[in-house]
Design a protein around this ligand. Structure first.
Ligand SMILES: [Zn+2]
Length: 394
């Protein structure tokens, strides 16, 4: 596999101030595994406000202009995940009525709109797919921004480009339509399951969106069934949950996150708060090690405060002995920054530190240190490669 050197968040922060973090390193039992690695990256919300949609319509690289400097990192992962927040409903107006005639690729604020009801042109899903993403969540509080027809059209748009999705169903779903999806890489099959805490008060008469808390029993049973399925090597859950703009996760998130791991998930990658929240390693009662990132923050969004422009790309390394299920070997992070200086773009924050440390460093460091110096939060490895996650002294 190609090795992508991911300097950890720890190092990125240490670049600015050596005192912001303790030296604790996140280590897993499989850290020394010599088995094949599968590298999976997960980013946060793709939530495109008007200025971003306009930028995409004016750029040659369309929506990819919003994350073009990250394309190499996304492409080098074996699997890449993002939360697609909003509808992709061609020519559908607010309220679910269809517009007469095609308005084309534009941000007209009638068919294609932003807050409080987001709807994007179909080019978005082909650009997400072309960028190297392999799977998206469609279960979030904006799933119904174009009503039920919007859920259907979003799924049709994803199916048209062959991008797997999880967390929603079409109105025409038959009994075999599943809430989860499966991606394959290196002869291993990873199941993905998304759910959301709510749908902004919109009624889901046809049960098209999976709810994390109201349908918790179904969520946990689905995870458990997938984990027991011999054809599935790992289950990753991507809940849309938590309180917006809170730098700490709440007890509802940690309870459900741990229950998801107990049910058989190997990792939980959360979104919705629009800011980064803590992460943790959690060992299940049966001794299996799992990982929860409570919120990875905004991958690309138009919100301006620094805490909403700083986010995480989580990089999970999974490994397994032949014939066994995948386990976590290590976790690394790329700190991301949504840079608004010359066209909005989500970038690797390390480069931004190098270019303009005086501009962003103090605020960003404050956020990271406030958020990650708490006792119960495990630190990622301080080192540059997964080799350093192998601690033979343990
Ligand atoms: Zn949300």
């Amino acid at each position: 596999m190609k090795t992508q050197k991911l300097v950890s968040l720890f190092l990125a922060a240490q670049f600015i101030t050596a005192s912001a973090f303790s030296a604790e390193v996140l280590k897993f039992k499989q850290g020394c595994s010599s088995g094949d690695d599968i590298r999976i990256i997960g980013v946060g919300d793709i939530l495109l406000h008007g200025s971003l949609q306009t930028q995409a319509t004016k750029s040659k690289s369309r929506f990819k202009s919003l994350w073009s400097s990250l394309l190499p990192v996304i492409n080098e992962a074996d699997l890449a995940y993002a939360n697609l927040e909003g509808a992709v409903a061609e020519n559908v107006l607010r309220g679910g009525k269809e517009h007469e005639g095609d308005v084309g690729f534009t941000y007209d604020n009638q068919v294609y709109t932003a807050y409080p009801a987001f709807n994007y042109h179909d080019n978005l899903v082909s650009d997400i797919k072309d960028s190297g993403f392999d799977v998206v969540s469609t279960a979030n509080n904006h799933s119904f921004d174009r009503e039920s027809i919007g859920v259907d059209k979003t799924i049709q748009a994803l199916q048209a480009v062959g991008l797997p999705y999880t967390g929603t169903k079409t109105t025409a779903f038959g009994s075999d339509e599943k809430w989860h999806t499966v991606t394959e890489t290196k002869n291993r099959r990873i199941a993905w399951l998304a759910c959301t805490y709510e749908t902004n008060g919109r009624r889901d008469k046809l049960k098209q969106v999976l709810l994390c808390f109201d349908q918790k029993a179904l969520v946990l049973k689905t995870i458990s069934d997938l984990a027991k399925d011999p054809s599935i090597d790992a289950v990753i859950v991507t809940p849309h949950w938590g309180a917006e703009y809170q730098l700490q996760h709440n007890s509802q998130q940690s309870k459900l996150g741990r229950e998801m791991l107990e049910a058989g998930a190997v990792a939980v990658i959360g979104t919705h708060p629009h800011v980064v929240q803590p992460w943790e390693k959690y060992t299940t009662k049966s001794g299996r090690e799992g990982f929860i990132a409570y919120s990875t923050g905004n991958f690309v969004a138009g919100q301006s405060p620094i805490e909403k422009r700083t986010s995480l790309m989580v990089s999970l390394s999974l490994t397994a002995r032949a014939g066994e299920k995948l386990e976590i070997r290590g976790v690394e992070f790329v700190p991301l920054l949504i840079d608004r200086s010359r066209g909005i773009q989500s970038k690797d924050m390390r480069q931004a530190y190098l270019n303009t440390p005086e501009k962003i460093a103090p605020e960003a460091v404050k956020i990271w240190s406030d958020n990650y110096s708490k006792e119960n939060i495990m630190k990622p490895t301080r080192n540059e490669s997964l080799e350093s996650m192998c601690d033979l002294s343990k």
